[in-house]
Design a protein around this ligand. Structure first.
Ligand code: APR
Ligand code: ZN
Ligand code: ZN
Length: 361
């Protein structure tokens, strides 16, 4: 039996999103039906709506979600009805080369639910990042559900499903920030802001926030930055070096996704420092660095995909820290909105004063 619920659809390239009735099937083998409590509005949802990811319209948007398992299909043992879960994009296979080598974050045989959710006329929907959680119910692979402390605020918990996890993980997992390190974060939106928190959590002594927008810098201070640099007015490379005794930062996290900011990150790191690229570039972007400068500096150039997270390891741990008051996830929830306000949330993204708008169902 399929469930008739409301969901936010992106009908075609650059067309505004709208709320429609959708059909969500009961879970089949390996699947879980989840009653969505909250879902954050992410740039990637806007990219889907703009046709920037692929042309498989119509999309069912939303992928930063927390909810309660409604029912599970045959063979599902990892979650059960009533569990409070945070959703992730992809269930890992456990059997591929990456999984067997103990690095399931790089699994190349990930999967999502097999059965499609559809419009009432039977048109299949493409769920954003294999989730589609701007909907009252969504169908996912059970491995996309991670059980966390049910006492956590759903709005805060759901944020771990994407941008906030990407930022925290860029610092903790990819950058391997250590106690006493100096860390610079270039770009202090939701992802960079979370990287600042991750750096603090790891015990960084200096956390330097760099942005072109003063409002983001004051938010960054609230999130734990010890120093701020207004880029544009100041040369961020010179400023970061000056704040680190002339050496550059141990870890520089690029959270914008542009060639010029990547170049700044490259030169703002200590000779043996690490650069982490977590901002998402577009296909036409290029960098042009003297190879001698790559050769002449040690350290590491890394990229961080989804914060190199392992949902089953990282989500419950971060929720515990949140519950103990050591990780202020609520700081990312700028506003809570209804299902029919996603298009307005996209508009607000450009105004620059929002870390996250979160749909509450
Ligand atoms: N130097 C420093 N900061 C910059 C620059 C620049 N040249 N250009 C933009 N910024 C800042 C913006 O002012 C903003 O605060 O980068 C921040 C980007 O934040 P958001 O737009 O909120 O994006 P966010 O959700 O944090 O994602 C960052 O990761 O997921 C990807 O597509 C996303 O590439 C984007 C990046
Ligand atoms: Zn695998
Ligand atoms: Zn996202």
């Amino acid at each position: 039996m399929a469930h008739e619920v409301r969901g936010v659809i992106a009908p075609g390239k650059n067309e505004p999103v709208r709320v429609e009735t959708i059909l969500v099937p009961d879970p089949g083998p390996g699947e879980a039906l989840v009653r969505v409590r909250t879902c954050g509005v992410c740039h990637t949802d806007l990219h889907y709506r703009q046709g920037g990811i692929n042309d498989e319209f119509p999309f069912l948007l939303g992928h930063e979600a927390a909810g309660v398992v409604e029912s599970v299909g045959e063979g599902v043992t990892d979650v059960e009805p009533g569990d409070f879960v945070v959703l992730n994009w992809r269930a890992v296979c456990g059997q591929c080369r990456a999984c067997l080598r103990g690095r399931p974050q790089y699994c190349f045989a990930t999967h999502n639910a097999k059965q499609p959710m559809t419009l009432t006329d039977g048109t299949p929907l493409s769920p954003a990042l294999g989730i589609g959680a701007f909907a009252e119910l969504t169908l996912v692979a059970s491995g996309q559900c991670t059980k966390v402390d049910p006492e956590a605020s759903p709005a805060a918990a759901g944020l771990l499903g994407c941008g906030v996890m990407a930022g925290i993980g860029a610092a903790l997992n990819t950058g391997q920030v250590g106690r006493g390190d100096s860390v610079a974060v270039i770009g202090c939106g939701g992802v960079g802001g979370a990287a600042i928190m991750g750096a603090r959590l790891a015990g960084a002594a200096k956390v330097i926030a760099v942005d072109i927008d003063d409002r983001k810098l004051s938010i960054a201070e609230g999130l734990g930055a010890t120093h701020t640099v207004r880029s544009g007015e100041n040369d961020p490379v010179a400023a970061i070096r000056e704040l680190t005794g002339g050496f550059g930062a141990d870890v520089v996290i690029e959270a914008v996704g542009r060639p010029e900011t990547y170049e700044q990150a490259f030169y703002a790191r200590d000779l043996a420092g690490t650069v982490v690229l977590v901002g998402v570039p577009t296909p036409e972007m290029r960098i042009d660095l003297p190879l001698l400068d790559v050769f002449g500096r040690g350290g590491a150039l890394k990229s961080s995909w989804y914060g190199d997270c392992l949902p089953s390891r990282d989500f419950p741990m971060l929720i515990d820290l949140y519950r103990q008051g050591r990780l202020d996830l609520d700081a990312f929830v700028t506003e809570t909105i209804a299902l029919d306000q996603v298009e307005q949330a996209f508009d607000r993204m450009h105004e620059g004063d929002v870390l996250r708008s979160v749909v509450v169902l």
